[in-house]
Design a protein around this ligand. Sequence first.
Ligand code: PLP
Length: 387
Amino acid sequence: MGRLSDLKRYYLDANAHAPLLPEAAEAYVVALRAAVGNPSSTHTEGRAARAILDQARDSVAALLGARSGEIIFTSGGTESCNLGVLGLALAAPASRRHLICSAVEHHAVLHACEHLRQHHGFSISILPVDNCGRCSLDALKSLAGEQTALVSVMSANNEVGTRQPVAEIGELCRSRGILFHTDAVQCVGREPVLVHNLACDALSASGHKFGSVPGTGFLWLKSGVALAPVTVGGAQENQRRAGTENAAAAASLATALELSLNQHQAPDRARMHDQIENLWQRVAQSVPSVIRNGHPEQRLDNTLSICVPGASSEDVMIAADLEGLSLSSGSACMVGSALPSHVLLAMGLGRELASCAIRFSLSRELEEDEVSEVVARFARVITRVKG
Ligand code: PLP
């Protein structure tokens, strides 16, 4: 191992936070200087801020094939998921007090559902997943009834990368008059997402997953769908999210979304897909008894989740950091928690194996010829940890 200061670092944790795009940082600073008023004020300074906000909204909407009024800016993915789940459920008719969400949702969705159960009298059904992390449509068909207000199923899982059949879920919900929210935090900005093709009512996204400054996100809400606001005290965002808007953050998000989509065209995504396969092949050759998690085909292009039996996630992450590899056990939001991942448990892994999970999530920064160096370092880490 080289000295820390000499060591080239490999950042392999894009699902937790993607590298900030310089253009998005620049857009933020420029907008911060230009948006000198409150967007709700009618004077010149306020109108300057409003113009920046409106332009960002128009641009995000155009990139998603949406209408401007359908974009509600939020402080990130968590707030967007909270607003989607709480807002849709609380606006649904009183006869519908049942929710369905998948077992592998991010806690931003799971805890919002739990909140509705504890404080608003909703019941919850958890949609199970198979050992690849995918929900079954048949299970959804049997759970979705006349009292179901909302189904929330993520587009792709942040820990293992498995994609869900959102188009089919959306069609099923639509045919039964049930609202459908999808957490698309790991998809928006990394692949084309055209909202009206998805048959959903609301979709969540987070700016820092695609190169915007952190603290940015949005909820796409289909025109005409009722939403109960979660924050109150102002008429901003068309009465759907009270609080002074952050025009500079919105400008950064809009810039990052456009650039990131340009950088993730089909050939770029294919390259990343091949890179992950290459990474997996080499890890499988160098690390005995390693297991791959997630769906073999229906998965994010940039994500590889593995378990190395006998090497705990925590030990591996610490040793990997010293080797210049920034890795994750799966969910940055669960750091500090001694619990194994709820996603891996739902996929049928035992607790012991689930506590040995490691996720590689690539950004565009990793070069093809760097994969072997990453694997060599990772193999050294495992040897040291298993001791
Ligand atoms: N949903 C998913 C699938 C995520 O991966 C994350 C973050 O990792 C979130 C929601 C929360 O997003 P944010 O970090 O912007 O609050």
